[in-house]
Design a protein around this ligand. Structure first.
Ligand code: 8X3
Length: 250
């Protein structure tokens, strides 16, 4: 039987690549995001309404999320995999210089939106002995200057994933936390407020991860036998590694 994956934040970057990968492998995909035109173009590129179904809403809005899920047509009503990809970073400033609206946007999307979407699809996922893949980040594992609330939201995603595994014991539902490092996508343009020069500087000579690399790892997780759970995957480009701790001296 054809399986169905719901991919949040599918209008760019990782989400777009994940949707393309799953559709390429014969899955039906529900693609969500805030930009209807991009969703429509993606549905077209994926093979049309038999293969892909768009849901246009803001994941920070619980009522809109409920209404979107309730609107799913019969052919897309069963969900075998939830890929919680929607998320963002805003800014790289130290905490003492940050804008509270930026912090709220990250908390509302990366934590609240992800938790609500998960809760609202859990019954369907349990019915299908399905899979949840949550997009965390290396920022969940490694603090860095300017990571503050972004890293905190991703630590939530990682720990929420592990907690879900405990609660879903016996249901057959698998849960995986994916923790990417330096990756080239629209994510960085959002983080820098559209600063293309900063975007180019970040990636210059670094050969960063590409969205297709993340899609590859998530599809691998999904395609494993039903008795195999990958708890977490931390992925970096070869160019990225750790530097020593900083020491401030007076
Ligand atoms: C984004 C990756 O390296 O900027 O989650 O924290 S990094």
């Amino acid at each position: 039987m054809t399986k169905t994956a719901l991919i949040t934040g599918a209008t760019a970057g990782f989400g777009d690549a994940i949707a393309r990968r799953f559709a390429h492998e014969g899955w039906k995909v529900i693609v969500t995001g805030r930009r209807q035109e991009r969703l429509d173009a993606l549905v077209e590129a994926l093979g049309g309404p038999e293969v892909a179904h768009p849901l246009c809403f803001d994941i920070r809005d619980e009522a809109a999320t409920r209404a979107a899920l309730d609107s799913l047509p019969e052919g897309f009503a069963q969900i075998d995999a939830l890929i919680n990809n929607a998320g963002l970073a805003r800014g790289t400033a130290p905490a003492q210089d940050c804008d509270l609206d930026d912090w709220r946007a990250m908390i509302d999307t990366n934590i609240t939106g992800l938790a609500v979407m998960t809760r609202l699809t859990l019954d369907r996922l349990i019915a299908r002995r399905g899979l949840i893949v949550n997009l965390a980040s290396i920022a969940a594992n490694w603090p860095y200057p300017g990571g503050n609330v972004y890293g905190g939201t991703k630590a939530f995603v990682q720990q929420f994933s592990l907690g879900l595994r405990s609660d879903l014991s016996g249901t057959g539902v698998r849960v995986t936390s994916i923790e990417p490092g330096l990756s080239e996508s629209e994510f960085t343009l959002v983080r820098t407020g559209g600063d293309k020069a900063a975007y180019d500087k970040l990636y210059a000579g670094a050969d960063p991860l590409q969205p297709e690399d993340i899609a590859e790892s998530i599809y691998w997780v999904a395609a494993l036998p039903a008795h195999v759970n990958i708890n977490s995957i931390e992925i970096m480009p070869v160019s990225q590694s750790w530097a020593p701790f900083q020491i401030h001296r007076d």
